[in-house]
Design a protein around this ligand. Structure first.
Ligand code: GCB
Length: 599
């Protein structure tokens, strides 16, 4: 799916700003009375998560439908154009009504969807838009919610009579089977964009390297009758290659490659023309390959230094925040990191564009987090399977052209040990499905939890073994000597496999400003010692090709006895100030080269 752009053939109308808003569990979708009901609600910012924008606690704890309403007019000058309404992300389920008619429904809160409204709207006349948003999560949604009455990090002690009896006072709440706040609403931009009536629907670019030449394979999908032409322009504006036809192979002599920063993340532009339409796509020339225990970018062994992140900040929640993205990239550079995982869902497209330009490597993750946490064989029941496939298809469709994206993560910490056969079948089928869909055939993985690695048959079969481990925190809490022993015992197991392994999560909750002379849990000194103890062990192992501390920054979660003002494992505070451990990693990572670290 192409990102909306403004050029001489296309334009954009931004529908961000103030909308009417109302929380309600009744059905208010299209009638006159419904519109009046929603308008009589309150004001709401778009894009944003609605949860932290009003002081009534209902906004934070709401479980069910929320309604957005606004009117707009498309200028008459666009009457000859094709007109598309695009939502970058509505979390988690959306119903869209235009002038009282349901025009779209969309499941999944982290990927875009769009509706061609050319024949549904009159340019120059007022139109009325209602978006109904459902934030409920369960075994059919991704991320997954619990349906069995236990909240993440909480227990209802059902066998205690008084606690069991008190349940009747509880109102319905969302019970995430994941550790981040279930921020909801129109989280990313809403735009109308125009194209000519005959238009470029999609462009796919894959690249290769032959000696000093860059190979650019392009494939276009266009609607209408006409010829396609493609021109490749370098960063100085010079034409370096060109071709005609819907697909083709172009050669750029002495090509400049895309390298992670501090290398040059060089980008070319492909100008694609079809009838009166034009689309300009930026792309980089680079290769990615797993060979033996190495992860090669442009044929050189790369070492992942970076984080698991979240889209999360005060007030905005998970609402799109370009200023925050800019700051995060700056802090990634400041710490000498080169990569992150989009834990635990696809991020806003603008972040990937920034990473292309700033040379940051991305492991691109689906929202498949929290699969498990139930006694039923969740894979055989399979209420989420087709949605998971849709999400992978749409993720690849959206992100396939980004040079920054080097690997797909099908999900985070699914239960693969309790249900061995059904889990095996599920993840293997999905692995082949993902591989087949990606035109660039990037490596595919999923990220496994602290499980019984001897029983887990699936993680070991991924292209890269990605493990989340909390030795010294959730296990062997506070005892770093024992943690070091246990980690080494497990690493001995992985070493035999001769596959590349990334520690995709390890971390310790830390309260900024809490200092101790003798490091114990939650102190800044403990966080540094924890990382230093474990890092020294990875440094001894050639197959360990990356370290992603959890988390880049503190982030918000559901309330519960294990979380004081959210998850505090950040190297940075929620407002992006460095804890001592950020300074520790800054020193470490500036000394570790991006390429050839493990000789
Ligand atoms: C994990 C999860 C992550 C949590 C983290 C923690 O394994 O993948 O979502 O936030 O542990 O801090 O508990």
């Amino acid at each position: 799916m192409l990102y909306p752009e403004i050029n001489k053939a296309r334009s954009i109308i931004d529908l961000g700003g103030e909308w009417n808003f109302r929380l309600s569990d009744e059905n208010h979708d299209n009638g006159e009375a419904d519109r009046a009901f929603i308008k009589a609600g309150t004001t709401m910012a778009v894009p944003a998560s609605y949860n932290d924008l009003k002081e009534d606690p209902e906004y934070r704890s709401h479980c069910g439908w929320a309604y957005y309403h606004r009117v707009f007019t498309i200028p008459g000058i666009f009457a000859t154009e094709r007109i598309v309404l695009r939502f970058d992300a509505v979390t988690h389920y959306a119903k869209v009504y235009l002038n009282g008619t349901l025009i779209a429904e969309h499941k999944g809160g982290f990927l875009p969807f769009e509706i061609d409204i050319t024949d549904k709207i009159r340019c120059g006349e007022e139109a009325e838009l209602i978006v109904a948003v459902d934030n409920r999560i369960n075994h059919s949604t991704l991320p997954m919610g619990n349906e069995e009455g236990t909240a993440f990090f909480g227990s209802d002690n059902a066998d205690v009579p008084s606690v069991a009896a008190a349940k009747k006072w509880r109102k319905p709440v969302n019970l995430p089977n994941f550790d981040f706040f279930n921020y909801a609403g129109i989280n990313r931009p809403v735009r109308i964009y125009t194209t000519p009536r005959s238009y470029i629907r999609d462009i796919t670019i894959t690249t290769d390297i032959r000696g000093s030449d860059g190979i650019v394979n392009y494939d276009t999908s266009c609607i209408g009758d006409g010829d396609v032409s493609v021109t490749i322009i370098d960063s100085e504006g010079k034409t370096v290659a060109g071709g005609k036809g819907a697909s083709g192979k172009l050669t750029i002599n002495n090509a400049k490659l895309w390298w992670p920063y501090p290398g040059d993340p060089y980008l070319y532009k492909a100008e694609v023309r079809f009838c009166d339409d034009l689309y300009i796509l930026e792309f980089g020339i680079r290769t990615v390959e797993v060979r033996g225990i190495e992860f090669l970018i442009n044929n050189k062994p790369f070492y992942f230094k970076g984080f698991g992140k979240h889209e999360d900040s005060a007030i905005h929640g998970r609402g799109f925040d370009f200023v925050l993205d800019m700051k995060d990239i700056s802090m990634i550079h400041w710490m000498g990191a080169n990569s992150f995982r989009t834990s635990h869902y696809p991020y806003a497209e603008e972040m990937y564009q920034l990473c292309d330009r700033e040379g940051i490597v991305i492991i691109d993750e689906t929202p498949a987090v929290g699969i498990g946490g139930t006694s039923e064989d969740i894979y055989s029941v399979g209420r989420f399977r087709s949605h998971h496939e849709d999400v992978i298809r749409d993720l690849i469709d959206r992100d396939k052209n980004h040079p920054s994206v080097v690997m797909w993560s099908m999900g985070n910490e699914p239960d693969v040990v309790s249900f061995p056969d059904s889990a095996y079948e599920y993840w293997h089928t999905l692995y082949s499905y993902t591989k087949a869909l990606d035109p660039a055939k990037r490596p595919v993985t999923f990220v496994c939890n602290q499980n019984n690695y001897e029983r887990d048959r699936i993680t070991r079969e991924m292209d890269v073994v990605c493990i989340n481990r909390y030795y010294g925190w959730y296990n062997l809490s506070g005892d770093l000597k024992a943690a070091e022993y246990a980690l080494n015992m497990e690493l001995d197991f992985w070493e035999k496999l001769q596959k590349p392994v990334i520690l995709t999560e390890y971390g310790a909750d830390t309260l900024p400003g809490f200092h101790l002379s003798s490091p114990e849990m939650f102190s800044e000194e403990f966080q540094v010692l924890y990382y230093d103890t474990l890092n020294k062990e990875f440094d001894k192992r050639a197959f360990m090709i990356g370290e992603h501390p959890w988390n880049f920054a503190d982030f918000n979660t559901i309330q519960g006895p294990m979380r004081a003002d959210g998850n505090r494992k950040g190297l940075l505070t929620r407002d992006r100030r460095p804890k001592m451990a950020a300074h520790y990693f800054r020193k470490r990572w500036h000394d570790i080269p991006d390429f050839g670290y493990k000789k």
